[in-house]
Design a protein around this ligand. Sequence first.
Ligand SMILES: C[S@@+](CC[C@H](N)C(=O)[O-])C[C@H]1O[C@@H](n2cnc3c(N)ncnc32)[C@H](O)[C@@H]1O
Length: 207
Amino acid sequence: MRRPAFLAEQARNARGPLGRFIAFVMARETWSDNLAAIEALAVQPTDHVLDIGCGHGRALGELARRAPRGRVAGADPSELMVEHAVQRNRDLVRAKLVDVAHASVETLRYDAAVFDKALCVHSVYFWRDLERAFAEIARVLKPGGRAAFVLRTAANKAAAAFPSEVYRFWSRLEVEQAMIRVGLSATMPNGVDERIRPILIVASKRK
Ligand SMILES: C[S@@+](CC[C@H](N)C(=O)[O-])C[C@H]1O[C@@H](n2cnc3c(N)ncnc32)[C@H](O)[C@@H]1O
């Protein structure tokens, strides 16, 4: 069944009471994909980790648990999601172990080469310019840093159910080639069938 555009729009830019409800549901729906990305990154206790399009911020708490002597940052362009993520992680934010920024992937307001790891789960559909976004991620990663992406590709059978005026499903080739053009090398550690499941891509920045 096709998802109504007003609901899809909330996934791209959550607002108002419906946005709060969507954030709550999303935190459950995407959890296993977030865990897969976190596992693929093998987060170390001192790692500095960035969650791009962090939404509700559920992954931020898990990352802080795995990197207690590092730094965890979330970035999201939805004011409501930032508020939600701060509220969910308020003790960690107060302790300065987590911070959440109002920012989109195209303009991450961090210095260059500050993160060891980054993740980005089900957010790529809303990016206007894949190459610019990956270039910005590559900029903030340290040499040898890694970023894990979970996304449905254009080949996914469920893609047709999402309104094309809100979601853009990229092909795997488009994603991998855009990564390569900005100096990231891509691997797919779990080799799932992209027609059925979201794929996991791990991108590495050269040392
Ligand atoms: C489907 S939600 C996924 C949230 C979370 N990563 C998860 O796995 O549940 C997509 C998120 O991407 C964010 N987003 C939309 N456009 C973005 C952009 N250009 N850059 C970064 N994040 C974006 C949305 O605000 C939303 O929080």
